[in-house]
Design a protein. Structure first.
Length: 265
């Protein structure tokens, strides 16, 4: 559970006007004296569903109203997703006039869409919303601690380095360059990081920005002095490191929020 957050900070983190926090507190959805990261997600989802009008239904924005059953289900599902260790960056909260469902991978997303082709629904990127929570407001996501964010020049090539403390006595380094590492470059990066983190093993994941479909490769030294590259998939890295890799040109997740939305705001 994350630390207490001030109401104004929560509204900012949820990207909503503070009046939405007041509304959720009045409805008993959050306790304004004990706010945390889960409540950021609850307020953000409530603000979304409270403005959602399904086709064929009319509603006055100024008229006082109680929550409809599908809205309550959506808010409760959002809080549950913030507590569920199965939630990932790609998780989606699907909302229909009759209920809600959370899916955590592409197969689940596809199955939902196929099962609801003749119904109205909208998709909330709940995994991304949870992942966007600022430091100290994490829920299920506890991102590895960043210990290095810099650029270096090796043999005339500029290399961006982003390093994290992951498991004890190991540092994971993301290195991005326009050209693949050779053995000499790999050794320079290894030595630089090892010098700053004595006693820790160094794991290097290279990002090639040109000439390959697979962007990420984990690098290994061979006994004879060569170098081996093992492809690492984007989804695994995104689920483990999340928004901290965005500036490294990570492939964006598919925009499923507009995949089949027939509702209007």
């Amino acid at each position: 559970m994350s630390a207490y957050v001030q109401p104004a900070v929560l509204a900012s983190a949820a990207n909503v006007n503070r009046s939405w926090l007041t509304k959720t507190a009045q409805l008993g959805l959050v306790n304004s004296s004990a706010l945390d990261g889960e409540d950021v997600i609850v307020v953000r989802v409530f603000a979304f569903v409270d403005q959602l009008v399904w086709p064929g239904r009319k509603r006055s924005r100024s008229q006082a109203r109680a929550m409809e059953p599908w809205q309550s289900l959506a808010v409760n599902a959002a809080r549950d997703a913030a507590r569920d260790t199965a939630t990932a960056m790609d998780s989606i909260l699907w909302i229909t006039p009759e209920g809600v469902e959370v899916t955590n991978d592409f197969g689940g997303h596809t199955a939902f869409v196929l099962a609801h082709q003749r119904t109205n629904f909208v998709a909330v990127p709940i995994g991304e919303w949870i992942a966007e929570l600022p430091p100290n407001l994490e829920t299920i996501f506890h991102w590895p601690r960043k210990i290095l964010d810099t650029e270096i020049t090796v043999h005339g090539a500029e290399i961006a380095l982003l390093a994290f403390n992951t498991i004890p006595q190991q540092v994971t380094v993301f290195a991005t360059s326009s050209t693949p590492f050779d053995v000499a470059t790999h050794q320079v990066v290894l030595q630089q990081v090892a010098t700053q983190n004595p006693g820790s093993a160094v794991r290097i994941i290279e990002q090639q920005t040109k000439g390959t479909r697979t962007r990420w490769f984990e690098l290994y030294d061979l006994p004879d002095g060569g170098l081996v590259r093992r492809p690492v998939d984007d989804i695994s890295l995104r689920n483990e490191y999340g928004p901290q890799l965005k500036r490294f040109g990570q492939h964006p997740a598919p925009d499923t929020s507009r995949a089949h939305s027939q509702a209007s705001l």
